[in-house]
Design a protein around this ligand. Structure first.
Ligand code: ATP
Length: 432
């Protein structure tokens, strides 16, 4: 992890938030490479689960919502963590995480457990007496339930169908840790899939398969992934069944995504609290009912961390250790680097023109500084899957070499074919 965290900082993937002020616990900034990695991940997810399906629609709801939402959802009453303090070293721990903590190093006595609500509070309104207290949403899914009626009446969705959303969530975590794994501001990719109760078990199984397939599609190693079935007695108040996808991080197995059968809990609660009927007329069954909800709920940041851990590799080339980030080409932040073999003889000009052309289609990088081997290493370290080298032969026959990051093998291609060759492998859409 230390190597990865330092690479992320050095290369501009992830920085501590407010670093020049000493940082702020549990908040992170995604730098120039991190933002592209994250964007590719989101695009891949959105394309897979929303735009390429005919049973899914999207939503981008407001982070701030009516405070009643959080009463209805059960968050005000139940979204609690139990914390304990070490009386000697003053460190604070979540009671349910004590076993996985190296805790407390000092062997000090622990305080009595105390509960506290994990939602971040804020106040809306300008004057103190009229300002309303509300919360930064702790999960994106509640806005899907609250917008359910608007979406159902403004689209032609038929049961079964899903509503998907990607967005920020906030939790006042007792102990943010493990880099971006547990932070106070993070992003979720959530789907609420509405179906008839009789079909819920079947849809649960189907979603399990879809989710698993997606993690493989973004390039994670299958042997680093596993399912965890929540025992009945530890299920959240809304859940009938929950399974998590876990990834084996350097610090141990950790949850990437939950898949829960939320039953009719949320729609029932919001119907009661809002006084609006949230039932849906199923034209096929000729029946009006509150649909059962299957919820795949994933974390963007945790998936980014899994991608970073999974991609990190070191190998030895000619007695030199190279660090290589083996990202899937669709996920890699920079898709191709264009490198003139040498700066002189007109090669730099050809390379620059080619790079400008490619840049309009995907993210590229131009570099002519230093020995070619060194420049390849620099790209390996940020996970660029293809390096295009313009050499003297290019001037004769308009071909270039393409070096593959993982195998380091090179092949020659006509310059005119480079765009399509790379686009085919890096686009999240099936464009060919
Ligand atoms: P945990 O048990 O690790 O606190 P959770 O079970 O409370 O997580 P969910 O409420 O199921 O998490 O949230 C869905 C997803 O959102 C998680 O699988 C995770 O990927 C992401 N997530 C939740 N909390 C955080 C956090 N503090 N930092 C980063 N991602 C988070």
């Amino acid at each position: 992890m230390d190597k990865l965290v330092s690479l992320c900082k050095r290369k501009g993937f992830i920085f501590q938030s407010s670093g020049i002020y000493g940082g702020i616990n549990g908040c992170w900034d995604f730098g120039p490479l991190g933002v592209e990695l994250k964007r590719n991940l989101r695009d891949h997810w959105w394309h897979t689960f929303v735009t390429s399906r005919d049973d899914m629609v999207g939503l981008d709801a407001s982070i701030l919502m009516h405070p009643r939402v959080w009463e209805a959802s059960g968050h005000v009453e139940k979204f609690h963590d139990i914390l304990v303090d070490c009386k000697a070293c003053k460190k604070r721990f979540r009671q349910d995480h004590l076993e996985s903590e190296i805790c407390p190093d000092c062997g000090g006595e622990l305080s009595e457990p105390r509960t506290f609500n994990s939602m971040l509070r804020t106040r809306m309104g300008v004057s103190e007496d009229t300002a309303v207290e509300t919360y930064l949403r702790p999960e994106t899914c509640q806005s899907i339930f609250v917008s359910f009626k608007d979406i159902a009446s403004s689209t032609r969705v038929k049961i079964p169908f899903g509503i998907a959303q990607i967005g920020k969530s906030f939790r006042n975590e007792v102990n943010p840790r493990n880099f971006i794994f547990r932070s106070r501001e993070f992003e979720q990719m959530e789907i609420e899939f509405f179906c008839h109760e009789d079909e819920a078990a079947d849809w649960f199984d189907r979603w399990q398969q879809e989710i698993w397939g997606w993690y493989l599609a973004i390039g994670l190693h299958e042997d680093k992934l596993r399912w965890f079935e929540h025992p009945k007695e530890s299920l959240a108040h809304y859940s009938k069944r929950t399974v998590d996808v876990e990834y084996e991080f350097p610090f141990g197995w950790g949850e990437l995504q939950g898949l829960a059968n939320r039953g009719v809990y949320d729609l029932t609660q919001h119907s009661q609290y809002s006084g609006k009927d949230l039932s849906f007329f199923d034209a096929e069954r000729k029946e009006r009912y509150l649909p059962t909800v299957i919820e795949p709920s994933a974390g963007v940041d945790r998936t980014v961390l899994a991608l970073l851990c999974d991609a990190y590799d070191e190998d030895t080339v000619k007695d030199e250790t190279r660090v290589v980030m083996r990202f899937h080409p669709k996920i890699a932040p920079v898709k191709a680097a264009v490198l003139p073999l040498v700066k002189k003889d007109g090669l730099a000009e050809i390379a620059e023109t080619l790079e400008k052309r490619l840049r309009r289609k995907f993210i590229t990088y131009y570099d002519h500084a230093g020995a070619i081997g060194r420049r390849y290493r620099r790209q390996d370290e940020i996970g660029t899957p293809f390096c295009i080298c313009v050499d003297h032969q290019t001037k004769e026959d308009e071909t270039v070499t393409i070096r593959h990051r993982d195998s380091m093998e090179q092949e020659r291609l006509p310059m005119a074919d480079v765009d399509a060759f790379i686009l085919k492998q890096v686009s999240v859409r099936d464009i060919f």
